[in-house]
Design a protein around this ligand. Structure first.
Ligand SMILES: NC(=O)c1ccc[n+]([C@@H]2O[C@H](COP(=O)([O-])OP(=O)(O)OC[C@H]3O[C@@H](n4cnc5c(N)ncnc54)[C@H](OP(=O)(O)O)[C@@H]3O)[C@@H](O)[C@H]2O)c1
Length: 382
């Protein structure tokens, strides 16, 4: 086996530095993945940008990264679902409290991941597309299905549609694109938000109504779109989405809102240590906005729960269930090459015009920032 290398965060707010890393052995219930592609999440930005505001237990130098796709290089004791050489995507949990970021952070060539947070890949799905799935799928699944979030009916191929609606504010985010597909697969009608250039894509994923989130009348348009079908809940994704989500829930009679994003993106904070006017302003804005959102929710009897990145028992269960769905889809035929969504800065990826069977629509990746290659030797032979 080759040697390992990682993209290290040497200290708070520093740039990543590629350097040698120990080769870790997978423990019981773990596998070692030879990384072929990883994805960058807002969480990685936030940790790098804000120093010890979050994930202060990590220490330095740290290995960040949650999403990895590659081949199984070794299996630990008791692993039954995977063998060496299998193509997988996995949710790497090195940043979680109590885990080993040096072994389990995704930004390295050889990553240790938990067997129950990995899924086999359909043959036709490229690593670069698979790598954007794990954290986004897991977050979306948790928000929709976990008991203390929207607690929706689970994924089911056999049950009839519920006749209820779910609003996904932020459908064109990676998390939102997965939330739309999962909610539709679970039997819900979906209303979502996106910029106009992503409307057709949102409909392809299964949304019935797409509203521009920058339109001042967006909340009213969504509430009127809900009319006639009970609103099961609202998922709020994107900076500032929480207040709009609670207003929709209040107007349409929903009792549950899942809040996935802060009122202001943490990356607006200055990348330097110590208090500053910008830091105080951002934190005050976040605090006041959260208080206002929670007060409005309470007035209307709405449970508006913040869902942070921590890995709960239920999340593990859901992630595993989603992996099973992906595997089931792959047995029905070749997986799609997924069209990519254009973002506001005009990035775009390849577009497929191929018609796809409905079974393949469930878990298609949506492009986020371009997946970055692992630091060294990608695509080369070991
Ligand atoms: N709580 C958790 O555990 C958790 C986990 C993962 C992510 N998150 C949060 O979820 C959010 C999305 O992350 P991601 O990685 O999925 O994002 P992403 O894929 O980078 O999403 C980018 C897209 O979001 C849309 N967007 C931008 N600002 C928006 C806003 N204010 N409201 C609605 N949509 C907006 C834009 O789409 P258009 O081009 O259509 O305008 C943009 O292209 C972030 O706030 C992130 O911090 C939370």
């Amino acid at each position: 086996m080759s040697s390992n290398a990682a993209a290290w965060l040497p200290s708070a707010r520093a740039d990543l530095v590629v350097g040698p890393a120990a080769m870790h052995e997978p423990g019981p219930g773990e596998i070692l993945v030879r990384s072929r592609a990883v994805a960058v999440n807002p969480l990685d930005d936030v940790k790098q940008w804000t120093g010890d505001l979050m994930y202060r237990w990590l220490g330095y130098p740290a290995v960040l990264g949650e999403d990895v796709a590659g081949e199984v290089a070794a299996v630990g004791p008791g692993v039954t679902r995977f063998a060496v050489g299998d193509r997988v995507a996995a949710y790497a949990v090195g940043m979680e409290r109590g885990r080993r970021h040096e072994a389990e952070g995704a930004f390295q060539l050889y990553v240790v991941v938990r067997e129950d947070l990995a899924t086999p890949l359909p043959d036709g799905l490229p690593y670069e597309q698979a790598a954007v799935l794990p954290l986004a799928v897991s977050t979306a699944a948790t928000a929709l299905f976990q008991d203390d979030q929207l607690a929706l009916r689970s994924l089911s191929a056999d049950e009839p549609p519920t006749g209820e609606t779910v609003v996904v504010w932020g459908g064109s985010t990676s998390v939102g694109s997965n939330a739309i597909q999962l909610a539709v697969a679970a039997g819900y009608r979906v209303i979502t938000t996106a910029s106009p250039h992503n409307e057709a894509r949102m409909r392809e994923l299964g949304a019935e109504l797409v509203v521009d989130y920058r339109d001042p009348a967006a909340v009213a348009a969504i509430v009127s779109g809900v009319e006639g079908s009970p609103l099961a809940g609202v998922v709020a994704i994107g900076a500032g989405s929480g207040d709009a989500a609670v207003r929709i829930a209040a107007a349409a009679g929903a009792r549950r809102v899942a809040l996935l994003s802060p009122p202001v993106a943490f990356t607006t904070l200055p990348r330097r240590s110590g208090p500053s006017i910008a830091f105080l302003r951002t934190m005050t804005t976040i605090g006041l906005a959260q208080l206002a959102t929670q007060a409005r929710a309470r007035r209307h009897g709405i449970a508006a729960r913040v869902r942070l990145g921590e890995l709960s028992h239920d999340q593990q269960r859901r992630t595993h269930a989603v992996g099973a769905v992906l595997a089931r889809g792959s047995r029905r035929g070749p997986a799609c090459l997924c069209p990519r969504v254009r973002n506001r800065r005009g990035r775009s990826g390849e577009h497929s015009t191929r018609a796809e069977p409905a079974s393949h629509r469930r878990l298609r990746p949506k492009a986020r920032r371009p997946p970055v290659a692992p630091p060294v030797g990608v695509g080369g032979r070991d």
